[in-house]
Design a protein around this ligand. Structure first.
Ligand SMILES: Cc1cc2nc3c(=O)[nH]c(=O)nc-3n(C[C@H](O)[C@H](O)[C@H](O)COP(=O)(O)O)c2cc1C
Length: 197
């Protein structure tokens, strides 16, 4: 598939049919997380691919799936045949930026103009979402409010923070999110040349 088509087709899909995902395809999707850039080449992510049905049901519970269903959505989290959980470690960045080539002339660490770990984890998430489309599948991302429960369930080490859950599967017709009632901005609205505005 052409990259522009992958990009154009990506959307958060909140329902999947019963078909399983080919494991090799799933592994390629998960590995796409590693194609994201990382500040200082910190490479501070870890990825858990979940296919075990009981674990997926537990994740759905932690992610408040009953509330989605009560508001008219499909049980899209437990129905998705795979979940991909990307975690990132702030500590790994801080350790990396304590190395000689990253310290300022006065020996100080950068003052972190933005938390690079969140930037990079988001880039990994987008790579995974696009890879799913490239494999002829669909994906969704959801923020999970009880991240400590998710960490405990999946055995994620203390200094890694999961950013949420990517659901992956064969797309089925789904209910649109209320967020999509917001008009989509176009490049004309937000892309400027040489100066904002
Ligand atoms: C950081 C982040 C958190 C999100 N959390 C949720 C969520 O908890 N539940 C959900 O249904 N969608 C969630 N979304 C999906 C957004 O609602 C969706 O990306 C947005 O409405 C635009 O739709 P589209 O991605 O299909 O173009 C999240 C997206 C991002 C980037």
């Amino acid at each position: 598939m052409e990259f522009r088509d992958v990009l154009a087709r990506r959307r958060m899909v909140r329902n999947y049919d019963d078909r399983a995902i080919d494991r090799a395809s799933l592994d390629r999707i998960a590995a796409a997380a590693l194609r994201a850039p990382s500040a200082g080449n910190s490479q501070a992510i870890g990825v858990v691919v979940v296919t075990d049905p009981e674990t997926r049901i537990a994740i759905a519970r932690i992610a408040d799936e009953p509330e989605y269903v009560a508001s008219g959505f499909d049980p899209w989290i437990s129905k998705a045949p795979a979940h991909i959980v990307i975690s990132v470690s702030e500590k790994v960045y801080r350790d990396r930026y304590s190395e000689a080539d990253k310290l300022g002339a006065d020996g100080s660490q950068i003052d972190w103009p933005v938390p690079f770990w969140w930037v990079d984890a988001g880039a990994s998430m987008m790579a995974v979402l696009l890879a799913a489309v490239d494999e002829g599948l669909a994906a969704g991302f959801l923020g999970v409010h009880s991240l400590p429960d998710l960490s405990q369930l999946l055995g994620i080490p203390d200094h890694f923070d999961p950013i949420g859950v990517v659901t992956v599967g064969h797309p089925a017709p789904d209910r649109r999110s209320g967020s999509l009632d917001r008009p989509k901005k176009t490049a004309t609205d937000v892309v400027f040349t040489d100066r904002w505005g």
